[in-house]
Design a protein around this ligand. Structure first.
Ligand code: ATR
Length: 279
């Protein structure tokens, strides 16, 4: 049976999801289709009704629809409810269920890179927006128990720490305190857009007190290495960009739709080639 999947966003033309998913179908010799749909906020409900009406197997959901789309679904996975956002929709016999694979995709990439039990490592999350919610809740749900959250607006970090407390304790520090205590951390994760192209000279925190061997991770992958990662590497840090998070969030969606194991190596190299092409 042929299946049709896609991604909705506004704008959508820069999305790398179509290329990535199509490369997976091609690699597995399956005749599935994946299309990018530009859907304005005013058309969101019509678009979701269209998934049911046309029998699409599922959708990825990107900015600005990840929160608002939840109101139009039949069921929402528990973790996505906690995060308060959906990035993947699966159509099962006309019923649409929403998931959030961003946090799980990130966790998989981090675990693979760190390659040891991360639960007792001192972990810092910079930011308290949508991406931070996905990462912080997934990490604490998975048992990370020394999480500290920092953010420009501290009250948002406090709200997020409170949400995480359902799974595991998380505390809050100001950016100034973090910069002073930076040597306390084993893993540092930037979830903000600070340093993303075109603002490549910006950094979310100063790294003067970074301890050698600290894992420094940025959800951004354009540029491939943010200033945060370049400086961290210069100070002996081990750095991870957001490419694998993107690949794995897509792979998790792929597996939910198809029941097949996603060819992640092919998906990664497709995205990489595309990024090289547009740089
Ligand atoms: P996303 O869904 O990408 O996480 P978001 O929900 O708008 O986007 O959250 C953006 C995050 O980046 C927030 O933590 C925001 O800090 P505030 O809560 O103080 O707004 C942070 N952020 C974005 N631009 C920033 C900047 N120039 N300086 C400091 N923090 C910034």
């Amino acid at each position: 049976m042929n299946m049709v999947m896609g991604v909705i966003g506004y704008p959508i033309k820069h999305s790398l999801s179509p290329e990535m998913h199509r490369s997976a179908y091609k690699n597995l010799h399956i005749d599935y289709a994946y299309h990018a749909f530009e859907v304005s906020p005013a058309n969101l409900k019509n678009a979701i009704d269209g998934v049911r009406g046309l029998g699409l197997k599922g959708l990825n959901v990107t900015i600005p629809h990840k929160v608002e789309v939840m109101a139009h679904l039949d069921e929402i996975d528990d973790l996505a409810v906690e995060i308060g956002a959906v990035n993947t929709i699966v159509n099962v016999d006309g019923k649409l269920k929403g998931y959030n694979t961003d946090g799980e995709g990130y966790l998989k990439s981090l675990k693979e890179y760190v390659n040891k039990d991360i639960r007792n490592l001192n972990t810092l999350i910079i930011g308290a927006g949508g991406a931070a919610r996905a990462v912080a809740l997934t990490l604490t749900k998975d048992g990370v128990n020394n999480l500290v959250i920092t953010n420009r607006t501290l009250s948002k970090a406090e709200d997020l720490a409170e949400r995480c407390a359902k799974f595991s304790e998380a505390t809050v520090q100001t950016i100034k305190d973090i910069e002073t205590n930076l040597q306390d951390f084993d893993i540092i994760i930037n979830t903000t857009s600070i340093g993303m192209s075109p603002n490549i000279d910006e950094m979310p925190i100063k790294l003067d007190n970074l301890k050698e061997g600290t894992f420094v991770s940025d959800l951004i992958y354009t540029p491939f290495k943010t200033k945060l990662l370049i400086e961290a590497e210069n100070k002996g840090g081990k750095v991870l960009n957001g490419l694998d998070m993107f690949v794995y969030q897509g792979a998790l969606a792929f597996e939910k739709w198809t029941g097949l194991q996603a060819p992640t190596d092919i998906m990664r190299s497709t995205v990489l080639n595309h990024l090289k092409g547009v740089k």
